[in-house]
Ligand binder design. Structure first.
Ligand code: SF4
Length: 787
């Protein structure tokens, strides 16, 4: 069936009220049908559009294929692409309304700003860049490369990350590079490295069409990837629907559809997972032949899981033992299970250890690499995958191992520099540590691109103090004057989606090309051009005297990246710009000369775990200590997967008498991150204009609180104020969305009426992935009385 939505004005709110759109039932093994979603500026029809320019949506990790509508040199709408395997023409509320309208805010930055006498004042590009270069040179001379830190995004393009990685690692030689991808996707990468030896999503979205059961571990897909949830709903509406299991303390739309909803106590993910592993082992639901041939560490896993009887697991997680058994039975007896994992695991205590148990369940069942049997260790942000691949997050590009001298030498040869320049003497500096170094004063130069740590990092009062340090030289590059940009010494106006060309890769290894559709406003420049300009002005050179970065167009950088990826798990050598103009979305790996991609990794159980090839020798999942080559090699992974585990320990800040509720934060279906774009989109602001606090009926009643009234939530670190919603959330748990900062807040915020969830959160991270634990901490709530 093909449901074609004719041109619809932006004011038509059909995808606001009906977020996932009409059902197009999908039988098991069938083909998900097309449905074209279109939104155009008020009064325009599709025939009025001058050009439709190929792109993909950058408002979540789905990367839905789309065309940007252009009229008179302006973006005027968007249309889903039916030839795209990710969305088959569908778009969700964020993509439909915010992708293009969010770029057209009247307050876009149009020229550089420099702080003079305490005020940000307009400057020329030359003045701004020379100010940056002068400070950069001075600090490199006086202190050296460790004076420089770069904190980037999950929303730039591949070419931009690669440019940043090369200039940071081979030009400056600093290990202090990370992205806000640390906040959303670091555990996905870590769990894949720990289990398989390298990053790389095993499954694909077609697995939804084939599976017998789906497990969503801490993944409210209905809000985070609305189009993919529509695909699940279509499976549920068709013949032979999959059995659904949800692990989430909230009663989300996913949980409402689930046959088994495990609303476990905050901080107990690992306990639940060890309980599930034990059930699968105890009932002999394992593929013994597969496990023997393709995995190591089975006995260690058995020992770790053994104490987690149903009764003990149920006691710790505070859910019925029968439900845990039922979930385990569904996993253990279904032929094809698809598991997805997201922030409910990634931002919670023992994040990597818990996420690895999802991989373990699949390995024990031998369920990988065939239709319907897959793992989606999801990403949060649209281009997070590229940040990880290209190394702007601190990893070495091409999934290379910083502990492997041969891998470092490969990069040195590629970039024409001495291997000693490339930082590899210690693990790369993760975001939480990077900001700690700024706090301590050892990083006096911080360049923030396309992200907003003044709202998105934990414990905001502390982050504001760090950003305001007078000795810090802060460069901020963004579309708008964000809460972070307010602290900057230099603000660079960036061109964004639709205003520049580049590629990006979604959560399922699918690469899209996003073409430039319109000119950026004023003097705004593409992030790629800014990084290349900085490298040129700094005169970074190869050992042979040639410029380190001699690219003038994004495609030059892409070709360089293809070489960098050659022979690695994320091999792009068979995916050119021309290929991406022909095919709407191509999965890596596709090697030079190949014309088809690998839909599912590890069909032959050919894991990238050999010590000479792997991306990481791994960590102790409890402490985060690195394993090292010798100990790793002694396990003899050699192409086999590792069944890694760790003992369960409870959360560090459980509720107590003073702060009796467990805090969890998360996303709304209508907003993305700190609302830089979605907050400038009329339909989405109207749908959810302010944050809210979610409590169970039991907790609200015990505090005599009513729905709609303003409540104050306080933790040991700060407070926030928002109206109360009474929902089916697990009693004893309190939820707040994290999107709401202060750029559009009423006067007096944040002092009088704080709205950011991260006023409450704790500075704590997973020992392996270093992902901040936003879904932990204790809070109390009371009626708010304005002072
Ligand atoms: S699901 Fe994600 S990528 Fe697709 S339209 Fe919505 S926000 Fe954009």
């Amino acid at each position: 069936m093909r449901v074609r939505t004719t041109a619809r004005p932006a004011s038509d709110n059909s995808r606001i009220d009906d977020v996932w759109g009409p059902r197009t039932p999908l039988p098991q093994g069938g083909h998900w049908s097309d449905r074209v979603d279109v939104v155009l500026e008020e009064g325009l029809a599709e025939g009025d559009v001058d050009a439709w320019v190929r792109s993909a949506c950058v408002l979540c990790s789905n990367g839905c294929g789309c065309d940007i509508a252009v009229k008179d040199g302006r973006m005027v709408g968007i249309r889903g692409r039916t030839d795209d395997a990710i969305n088959r023409g569908r778009l969700g509320p964020k993509g439909l309304y915010a992708s293009w309208q969010g770029m057209r805010g009247k307050d876009r930055l149009t020229q550089p700003l420099i702080r003079r006498h305490g005020e940000l004042v307009p400057a020329t590009w030359d003045e701004a860049m020379e100010t940056i270069v002068a400070r950069s040179r001075q600090l490199l001379d006086e202190i050296g490369p460790l004076s420089h830190g770069f904190y980037t995004s999950g929303q730039l393009f591949l070419e931009e990350y690669y440019a940043l990685a090369v200039l940071g690692k081979a030009g400056i030689g600093t290990p202090h590079m990370d992205g806000n991808t640390r906040l959303c996707t670091a555990t996905a990468a870590s769990s894949l490295k720990e289990t398989f030896g390298a990053d790389g999503q095993p499954g694909c979205y077609d697995d939804i069409d084939h599976c017998d059961a789906m497990f969503l571990f801490g993944h409210n897909m209905a809000a985070t990837q609305t189009v993919t949830w529509a695909r699940v709903l279509d499976r549920l509406a068709g013949p032979n629907p999959p059995r659904l299991v949800a692990v989430d303390p909230r009663s989300t739309p996913v949980a409402e559809q689930a046959e088994v909803h495990l609303a476990i106590k905050a901080g107990t993910n690992l306990a639940l997972m060890l309980g599930l592993v034990r059930e699968v082992l105890a009932n002999d639901w394992i593929d013994a032949e597969y496990v023997a041939a393709h995995t190591v560490l089975l006995e260690e896993l058995r020992k770790q899981a053994e104490p987690w009887t149903l009764e003990r697991t149920a006691g710790v997680c505070e859910v019925p033992a029968a439900d845990i058994h039922r979930a385990a039975e569904i996993f253990g007896t279904s032929e094809r299970v698809l598991s997805t994992v997201l922030q409910g695991f990634y931002q919670a205590p023992q994040a990597t250890a818990a996420s690895c148990q999802v991989n373990n369940l699949h390995l024990l069942r031998g369920m990988l690499g065939r239709p319907g049997a897959g793992i989606l260790q999801m990403n949060g942000q649209p281009t997070a995958q590229n940040n990880r691949e290209c190394g702007a997050d601190g990893d070495l590009p091409g999934f290379r191992n910083w502990e492997n001298p041969d891998h470092v030498q490969q990069l040195a040869d590629l970039w024409g520099v001495d291997s000693l320049v490339i930082p590899h003497w210690a693990p790369p500096t993760h975001a939480m540590q990077l900001f700690r170094y700024v706090e301590q004063g050892s990083i006096p130069f911080l360049w923030v691109s396309a992200t907003n740590p003044a709202v998105s990092l934990p414990q905001l009062a502390r982050i504001r103090e760090i950003l305001a340090k007078p000795e810090l030289f802060l460069v901020v590059q963004d579309l708008y004057l964000t809460e972070t940009a307010e602290y900057a010494d230099v603000v660079l106006p960036a061109a964004g989606w639709g205003e520049k060309t580049g590629t990006f890769t979604n959560a399922t290894r699918t690469v899209h090309l996003s073409e430039k559709a319109v000119e950026p406003p004023g003097e705004a420049r593409a992030d790629f051009d800014i990084f290349v300009d900085y490298a040129r002005r700094m005169d970074f050179r190869r050992n042979d005297g040639a410029p380190l970065i001699d690219w003038s167009e994004p495609e030059d950088a892409y070709r360089a990246w293809q070489e960098c990826s050659r022979g690695r798990p994320c091999d792009y050598t068979g995916i050119s710009y021309d290929d991406l103009r022909r095919e709407s979305g191509i999965q890596w790996p596709r090697r030079e000369g190949e014309t088809t991609s690998v839909a599912r990794l590890y069909a032959e159980a050919d894991f990238p775990s050999h010590p000479d090839y792997c991306e990481s020798y791994g960590h102790d999942l409890l402490t985060g200590a690195t394993v090292g080559k010798e100990a790793y090699s002694a396990i003899r992974p050699d192409g086999r997967a590792l069944l890694k585990s760790a003992p369960y320990v409870g959360p560090h800040e459980p509720p107590d008498d003073e702060y009796p509720l467990a805090l969890t934060t998360g996303r709304s279906r209508y907003h993305f991150h700190t609302r830089t774009k979605t907050g400038r989109t009329h339909e989405l602001v109207a749908a959810e204009s302010e944050p809210w606090v979610e409590l169970s009926e039991v907790d609200a009643a015990s505090l005599s609180l009513s729905a709609g009234e303003l409540v104050e939530v306080a933790s040991r670190r700060g407070r926030m104020v928002a109206p109360l919603r009474i929902t089916g959330i697990r009693p004893g748990t309190l939820f707040v969305p994290f999107h709401y900062g202060y750029w559009d807040a009423p006067p007096g915020a944040p002092e009088r009426r704080p709205t950011a969830a991260n006023e409450l959160t704790v500075t704590e991270w997973d020992p392996v992935s270093k992902q901040p634990l936003f879904k932990t901490g204790a809070v109390r709530v009371r009626r708010w009385e304005a002072s």
